[in-house]
Design a protein around this ligand. Structure first.
Ligand SMILES: NC(=O)c1ccc[n+]([C@@H]2O[C@H](COP(=O)([O-])OP(=O)(O)OC[C@H]3O[C@@H](n4cnc5c(N)ncnc54)[C@H](O)[C@@H]3O)[C@@H](O)[C@H]2O)c1
Length: 261
């Protein structure tokens, strides 16, 4: 049983084709929003659009590489031309590589920073003038617990996610006089394709099956389990709701108690 807090609102979700982005797209659809789904994975993205429509929402897929400035600009223009406003942006598109520091090539560093950090910047910049003009709006950037603490073999990932927290604070300052908010969510390990992929690769290096590696990560967590994507989406929906109008510039852990500060 969900509220219907986003009727007549427009939500844009990057990385909508899988995992946390998918859960956010479906949550906003369920609560009455029109949903723009952006991803480079066209098949996954189309499937999410279908499931948003099954939930009764108007939804559209856009192929968009968030690290490509021209593509981001064009897609946001097309969304505005179609729906005339943007009330919510969830910037969830992201990748993880998991290489030990000596193996991180400069090309790998740049690619990850381009997607995980520059991609968030480009989408925040694309939507800011609209939210300023509307004098309302909510930006929710998906960072990570790795943006506040760190783990082995995550140099470029941690750097990108700390960067997202700093970027979000700055965006929040620019939007605040206009009544729009920007916050980051820092998920802990969440059961998505990304984590399953990591479990296979890193688990193998540690002599573990993917399932054993995931169980180990669950045992690291005070709540002794991983998150489900909908648990992240629920916080995104709260941050986009009227109940969160006075919350801005925050980086909120949703991690079962992994990082407490
Ligand atoms: N799963 C976790 O444990 C976890 C924890 C903390 C933070 N995060 C963050 O949450 C976000 C979503 O991750 P997820 O676990 O759902 O991963 P996922 O791999 O399931 O989904 C990520 C989506 O982003 C898309 N994407 C990748 N590069 C893109 C690009 N250049 N342009 C547009 N779309 C692109 C992928 O195609 C995919 O559909 C990421 O930013 C990730 O870093 C995930």
């Amino acid at each position: 049983m969900h509220f219907q807090r986003f009727i007549d609102k427009v939500a844009v979700v990057t990385g909508a084709g899988s995992g946390i982005g998918r859960a956010c797209a479906e949550r906003f659809a369920q609560e009455g929003a029109r949903v723009a789904c952006l991803d480079v994975n066209d098949a996954g993205n189309e499937a999410v659009v279908e499931s948003c429509r099954d939930l009764g929402a108007e939804a559209m897929a856009w192929h968009c590489d968030v690290s490509n400035e021209a593509e981001v600009t064009r897609v946001f223009e097309e969304i505005l031309a179609r729906w005339g406003r943007v009330d919510i942006l969830v910037a969830a598109a992201g990748i993880y590589t998991g290489s030990p520091l000596p193996e991180v090539s400069l090309a790998q560093w740049r690619r990850l920073i381009d997607i995980n950090l520059t991609g968030v910047f480009l989408c925040n910049r694309a939507v800011a003038p609209t939210m300023m003009a509307q004098r309302s709006g909510s930006i929710i950037n998906i960072s990570s617990m790795a943006g506040k603490t760190s783990f082995p073999a995550s140099a470029e990932y941690s750097a990108s996610k700390s960067g997202v927290i700093g970027l979000t604070r700055s965006v929040a300052m620019d939007l605040a006089p206009y009544g729009a908010t920007a916050n980051a969510i820092c998920p802990g390990n969440t059961l998505t394709e990304m984590v399953r992929r990591v479990a296979g690769i890193v688990g193998a290096k540690e002599g573990l099956t993917a399932e054993q590696w995931l169980e180990k990560r669950a045992q690291d967590c005070p709540m002794k389990r991983l998150a489900e994507p909908w648990e992240i989406a629920g916080v995104a929906a709260f941050l986009a709701s009227e109940d969160a109008r006075y919350i801005t510039g925050q980086a909120i852990e949703v991690d079962g108690g992994m990082v407490m500060c």
